[in-house]
Every structure is written in structure tokens, then in C-alpha cells.
Design a protein around this ligand. Structure first.
Ligand code: ADP
Length: 736
């Protein structure tokens, strides 16, 4: 409580009292003078006045004087009241003043005692206020700081975070008397009596900054260790791959020699185990690359439908060998060509489709590709009718080395890495991957990825036939491929009906005129032939055949089919079948010859093989000899160059060069560059060069093309891919 102060009356009140007293004295003396005059007049020796009248006059005068005095007294009372009111207000004001002063004192002592460092400077940078903490940090007394331009010594400038409240801030490492301290400053402009001042409040964050730095260092070390582990894994996997390729290649060659049934069984076991080991190493290699952040992504335009259909065709034999259906549907509303990393997306599609085939014993697998929201996104759904996945397992299977229940994992094998890799790839592409499944009811893995329309030629990959008003019947034991084929045909205008066997077909066929009948050879050849006979009057009679059943084509043609389609059916082939009734017999007759050609294009070439690994060199030579070529081996890049020059000098230049990338001394890239520069110097014809490598990275591929190679072959080599690469290199060399 404020101590009572003696009140000084304000001058105005004193003045008023003084004037009232003067006025009262004047009135009283005037009244007295008049009364005295009257009385002396009446009682004097010369007075002729009537005393009675005088008495009345005097009384009136006295009354008037009393009235004036009464009025004066009431004014005095009112003045007193006003005075008391004024005194009360003065008291109140003095109380408030005291409170403000007290708060000011408190704030000052609070500032003073703050742990935070506070300094205020005027416009000229001179210090107008510092608290104790600032004095301690500066190592000076308050008196030695005030009114000076003293600044702290900054050892290191830290972050300058942008603050939401509009204050300026920065972190600084300050040299203080008891060692360096990290101070986080916040600066504001404040008003003061002398104008605008800058107030800086600094908090000592040394502990926090040091903890953060220690944490970052520990994280960097952990990441470095992890990268080193991944590099080690990648290197070891790569090294294991090379001899494994040799084992697999030799097993292939051995299979072509005369073997007993028992030896063939053992050899198959060697081959299967080798392939499993290779797949496992490839997954570990990929995973370690992802871990090391070295997985390359390269967005290039590619044809979407062909991409999906090729993937399905590659996995087709595995599914068909298990008696499963496998097919795909690429929505025709999607752009024909899109931009994305086809190689990585293929890896994901292979993994999902491979799993779908692996975990399905009955029914089949479908891959449906449709537009997704927002635009430019594509949804790929891989659906199977397999064993399904429980909700608990669904939450785990995208993690590394996780598999659904252990029993199934033992039965089906695998590393539990495929989905983890797929998820990382899709995440990297900015997409999503998830699964919907229930045990025993199959699974649907759904991927959405951004695949924007490619700027280059965007015409549809095939011309869709006009099937409006046509009735088409599909006779197929499985519902999956039939329903996807029906979806295409319906889109082109046809009215569709699907029946499961030849008996129902026999009942349905006579009901109405049909424009076409599609029969799946999976009904059995006899049943398919029966359908052909029943549909003799139908203009288009097409049979669907798995590649392994091509041998049945002649019999099916004889039974009355007018055309055939190889499963899984490509949309373009389906469209072509309905656009044009190409001669079935001619196509069927051309089949074996075409296959023969593909297996051995341009036989009898002289080929230089640069390969330092003896087993691989042996394998490549054996494969080339089997393809009918004449290989010559060189142990490294320099030897290859010598061989190439010698052959040219002798007038028998090599038709092709197969060049291993990693060789001691002159490596494959260097040897290729030298060959290309010699060709340019001497204006001589270009020799097609195909790279041989155990590594299929985009970097390697780009490096090969940049060095002047025409093709790229990833080990392990097999006969078909070798033949195809030799043929493709020829084409690209001619184009170059
Ligand atoms: P892997 O197949 O090599 O074990 P993945 O990461 O590809 O590794 O799959 C992890 C696990 O998820 C599999 O072991 C399996 O238990 C489960 N899974 C994946 N796809 C399917 C599927 N289509 N149907 C049933 N289970 C599946």
C-alpha cells in the first residue's frame, strides 16, 4: 500500500477562498457602514426622520446582509465538497502513479535478473540498456558498457531462422570470459523516450547446439557405415555373379550334350539352384544400391501397352506351366507413349506379377492398367486368385526381409526383399503401392505412378476395328482372359457373351447369328475342334493358343478355325484379327520358319570376343559356335585392339565385336573408343560392337553408347539373347 502523502492544496482552491473572504469582508463592512449611517442619522440632533420608518429600513438592510451572508456560507459548503472530491481524485492518481512506479521497478529488476542476455541500442549503436547477463557475457560492468558502442566477439555465425512473428533472429558463437557460448538472438525495434531503439534478447543455447552437432555427427557416421556396408554388399554380389554366370552357362552347354535321364535331372537341379541364387543376388544387389542411394532413375518416353504386354508375355510361360491364366488390359484412354523409367517400373511389375504367379495354384493373374487421379497418373492393378494375405501380414510385407507366414515362405522360397525394393522404387517415382487381400481369396497389388504423356508421336498403337452391332461369343474355361478380351471388344462396339465350355456353346450358337467366335484351346483340342465345327457358319472363328500349344495349330486349322491368337493376347493382335481376315493357313505355315530365323539371324559371322574371365570366354565361344559363328578370343582390351587391326590388315575384318566392359589394362570402353577413332581416321566401315557386362545400370548403358557401342548384353548370356543382340547391333550399326 502506498504511504499517505501530505496534500498540498492547489493554488486555484486558495485563490477562491481568498476572494470569498475579501468579498464577505466587503459586504459585511458595507452593511455595517450603511446601518451605522442610518442610525446616526436618526438619532443625531438634526434628524427629522420617522424612527419607525428608520427601524423598518434598518431591519430590511440587516435582512439583506444576513441573506448575503447565508448565500456566502452555502457557497463555502459547496466549495468544501468540491475540495474533498478533488482530494479523493488526487489520492487515486497518486496511488496509480505509485503502482506504475512499482511495476517499473519490478520489470527492471526482472530484466536485470534474467538469464537471457538483453541489450538495447539507440540509432547510433550506443548501448542504452544492458542486463546483468549481458554484463557477464561481455565480462564488463554496466557502467563500462552504457553509452559505448561495445560489441561481442563472434567466433562463428550460425543459422538465421525466419521467424513467424516478424522478429529478426540469428545464432552466433560468442567468445565469453568462461569459454565460447552459442547465443540465439531475437531482435525487435522498441519505442523509447529518445526514439526508436533496437532491443536484442539472446538465449544461451550452447547445450542444444552441441547436442545437435553430436547427433548430426553420429548420424553421418552411421550413414557412412551403412553406405560402406551397401558398397561391400554390392561389390560382393557383383563378384559372386561372375562365376555364377559361368556355372549357369556351362550347365546350359552341358544340357546340349548326350546325357542320361539321371544326369539331366541333376543338371536341372544345378540350373534351378543357380538361377535361384542369381535372383537372390540380384535382389540383394538392388537393395544395397537403394540403400547406398545409387539406384539410377532415368525418365524416357516408352510405349505403355507394349511395355505391359511384354512383361506379361515374359512371365506367361511360368504361369502357363502351372496351368494358370495370365493376361493384361491396358485402357485405351491412356496415352500411347508416356514418360518414365521403364526399366525400374518393369522391375516392379515383374516382382508383383512374379509373386502373383508364385502364390497362386488355381485360376490366374491379371494386370489391368487404367488412368488414375490426378491426371498424368496411371494405376496398375496386379490381381491374383491365390492364397491371399492376412491383414497382419499385409502390414509387414513391404518391409525388408519380411514374408507372410513362415510356413508359406518355406514352401515358396524367396528373400522377402522384392516388395521392399518395389516400394522404394515406387516411392522414388512419386507413386504409391498397396495391397488389398484376404486369406484364401487372392490379392490385388495396386500401384499408381505419375507417367505423363510423352511429347513425341502420340498416335494410338493400333487402329481399333469398328464392331458396332456385332455379336461375339467367347468359349473359355477360365474367366480372366475371356473377360479382359470381352472388355476390348465391347469398347470397339461388340455385344459380348462368354460361355465356359463347348456344351453351353452348342446351346448358344444356334440362338442367333454371330459375327465371331473365340475359342480357348485350354478347353482341350477335341473340345476346341468341336466348337470350330459348331461355328462353321460364323464368319470369324478364332482359336486362342498358349505358345507351348503351337503344335496343335495345324489340327485346329483343319477343324475349321479361320484364325488364331497366341496367349496372352496383345490388344493390337486382337484388333488386327478383326480388321483383317489374314490367311490362317499361311500364318500357321510360316510359324516354324520364322522361329528358326529368329533363333539364328545372320549365321556364320566372324566375331571378336574380348573377355578376361576364362570361363565366360569359353562360354561365349561355345554359344557363338552353336549359333554357327566363328569366334576369336582376346584376353583384354589391348589384345582386342591388336586383333581387330590385324584382321583388317589381312583383309578379313571382324563382322562383330563382343566387348567385356571391365578388363585389366585397356578396358572395354577405352578399346571401343580407339576402334571408333581409327575407323573415322581411315574412313573405314563401322564394326558393330556389343558390350558384355554383369551390370545393367543406366550409367553403364549410357557410357557404352557414349563410347560408340551399338548394343548392350547383360550376363549371364543365353543363346537367344546373344543372337538377338547380335542382330540388333547390326541394325543400329547400319543406322549409325
Ligand atoms: P519374396 O517373394 O521374395 O518372399 P516379397 O517381398 O516379394 O519377397 O514378398 C514378401 C512376402 O509377401 C512373400 O513372402 C509372401 O508371403 C507375401 N506375398 C507377396 N505377394 C503375394 C501374393 N500375390 N499372394 C500372397 N502372398 C504374397
Amino acid at each position: 500500500m502506498r504511504p499517505r502523502a501530505t496534500l498540498r492544496k492547489p493554488a486555484i482552491v486558495t485563490r477562491r477562498l481568498l476572494s470569498l473572504t475579501v468579498r464577505a469582508a466587503a459586504i459585511t463592512s458595507t452593511s455595517f457602514g450603511i446601518a451605522f449611517g442610518f442610525l446616526s442619522g436618526t438619532v443625531g440632533p438634526n434628524a427629522h426622520y420617522d424612527p419607525y420608518t428608520f427601524a423598518v429600513g434598518v431591519s430590511a438592510l440587516f435582512g439583506a446582509a444576513c441573506g448575503a451572508i447565508g448565500l456566502l456560507l452555502s457557497r463555502i459548503g459547496q466549495m468544501k465538497r468540491e475540495l474533498r472530491h478533488l482530494e479523493a481524485r488526487l489520492d487515486e492518481a497518486a496511488d496509480r502513479n505509485w503502482q506504475i512506479k512499482e511495476a517499473e521497478e519490478r520489470a527492471k529488476s526482472f530484466f536485470e535478473a534474467q538469464d537471457d542476455v538483453i541489450v538495447r541500442r539507440g540509432r547510433d549503436g550506443a548501448i542504452t540498456y544492458v542486463n546483468d547477463a549481458f554484463c557477464a557475457l561481455a565480462g564488463r560492468s554496466r557502467g563500462g558498457l552504457l553509452a559505448t558502442n561495445f560489441t561481442l566477439t563472434v567466433l562463428e555465425q550460425g543459422d538465421a531462422p525466419a521467424l513467424a512473428d516478424g522478429t529478426r533472429g540469428c545464432d552466433q558463437k560468442i567468445a565469453a570470459p568462461d569459454g565460447a557460448r552459442w547465443i540465439a538472438w531475437r531482435e525487435v525495434t522498441v519505442r523509447s523516450e529518445s526514439g526508436a531503439e533496437t532491443q536484442s534478447v539472446g538465449r544461451d543455447v550452447t547445450d542444444r547446439v552441441e547436442a545437435e552437432r553430436a547427433l548430426a555427427e553420429a548420424r553421418d557416421q552411421a550413414e557412412m557405415a551403412n553406405r560402406a556396408k551397401s558398397r561391400f554388399l554390392a561389390m560382393v554380389s557383383h563378384e559372386i555373379r561372375t562365376p555364377l554366370n559361368g556355372i549357369l552357362g556351362m550347365a546350359d552347354l552341358l544340357r546340349d550334350t548326350p546325357l542320361s535321364a539321371e544326369q539331366t535331372a541333376y543338371l536341372n537341379a544345378v540350373k534351378n539352384s543357380g538361377e535361384t541364387l542369381l535372383a537372390l543376388i540380384d535382389e540383394i544387389l538392388d537393395f544395397s544400391k537403394i540403400e547406398a542411394g545409387r539406384l539410377d532413375f532415368a525418365a524416357r518416353p516408352f510405349g505403355l501397352a507394349a511395355f505391359v504386354e511384354e512383361a506379361v508375355e515374359l512371365l506367361g510361360p511360368r504361369a502357363q506351366a502351372k496351368g494358370l491364366e495370365i493376361c493384361c488390359y491396358v485402357d485405351e484412354r491412356l496415352p500411347a507413349r508416356v514418360v518414365g523409367d521403364a526399366a525400374r517400373l518393369r522391375q516392379v511389375l515383374f516382382n508383383l506379377t512374379g509373386n502373383a504367379v508364385k502364390f497362386t495354384e488355381q485360376g490366374g493373374v491379371s494386370i489391368v492398367v487404367e488412368p488414375a487421379a490426378p491426371p498424368d497418373r496411371v494405376a496398375i492393378a496386379v490381381r491374383d486368385t491365390g492364397i491371399g494375405i492376412s491383414p497382419d501380414d499385409q502390414a509387414r510385407i513391404f518391409l525388408e526381409f519380411e514374408q507372410a507366414d513362415g510356413g508359406a515362405a518355406r514352401k515358396f522360397g524367396g528373400t522377402g526383399l522384392g516388395l521392399a525394393i518395389s516400394k522404394r522404387i515406387i516411392d522414388n517415382m512419386g507413386g504409391t503401392i498397396d495391397v488389398a487381400s484376404a486369406p484364401g481369396e487372392g490379392s490385388t497389388f495396386r500401384v499408381t505412378v505419375p507417367l505423363p504423356r510423352a511429347g513425341d508421336a502420340n498416335e494410338p498403337p493400333f487402329a481399333a476395328p469398328d464392331l458396332r452391332g456385332q455379336d461375339i461369343l467367347i468359349v473359355a474355361p477360365g474367366a480372366i482372359e475371356a473377360s479382359l478380351l470381352a472388355r476390348h471388344l465391347q469398347r470397339w462396339g461388340a455385344r459380348m457373351q462368354i460361355v465356359p465350355d463347348e456344351k453351353v456353346a452348342a446351346a448358344v450358337l444356334p440362338e442367333q447369328p454371330w459375327a465371331a467366335v473365340l475359342a480357348d484351346q485350354a478347353l482341350g483340342t477335341a473340345a476346341s475342334e468341336a466348337v470350330a465345327r459348331l461355328a462353321a457358319a460364323v464368319p470369324r472363328r478364332i482359336v486362342l493358343v498358349a505358345p507351348a500349344m503351337r503344335s496343335e495349330l495345324a489340327a485346329l486349322s483343319a477343324a475349321g478355325f479361320s484364325g488364331y491368337l497366341i496367349k496372352p493376347v496383345r490388344a493390337a493382335s486382337l484388333a488386327a484379327r478383326f480388321a483383317d481376315d489374314a490367311a490362317f493357313a499361311a500364318a500357321a505355315a510360316a510359324e516354324p520358319a520364322a522361329a528358326g530365323d529368329a533363333a539364328n539371324p545372320g549365321a556364320g559371322l566372324s566375331i571378336l570376343v574380348a573377355e578376361d574371365n576364362e570361363i565366360n570366354a569359353l562360354l561365349t565361344r561355345a554359344l557363338l559356335v552353336k549359333l554357327g559363328h566363328r569366334p576369336t578370343l582376346a584376353k583384354n582390351g589391348a589384345a582386342a585392339l591388336d586383333n581387330w587391326l590385324a584382321a583388317r590388315a589381312a583383309g578379313t575384318p571382324y563382322d562383330r565385336v563382343l566387348m567385356d566392359l571391365h578388363m585389366p589394362g585397356t578396358d572395354g570402353l577405352e578399346a571401343t573408343r580407339r576402334i571408333r577413332s581409327l575407323e573415322t581416321e581411315q574412313h573405314s566401315p563401322r564394326t558393330p560392337i556389343v558390350a558384355l557386362t554383369a551390370n545393367a545400370s543406366a550409367e553403364d548403358r549410357d557410357a557404352c553408347l557414349a563410347a560408340g557401342m551399338d548394343g548392350f548384353l547383360v550376363k549371364p548370356l543365353d543363346r537367344d539373347r546373344l543372337a538377338a543382340a547380335l542382330a540388333a547391333a547390326d541394325k543400329s550399326a547400319l543406322a549409325a
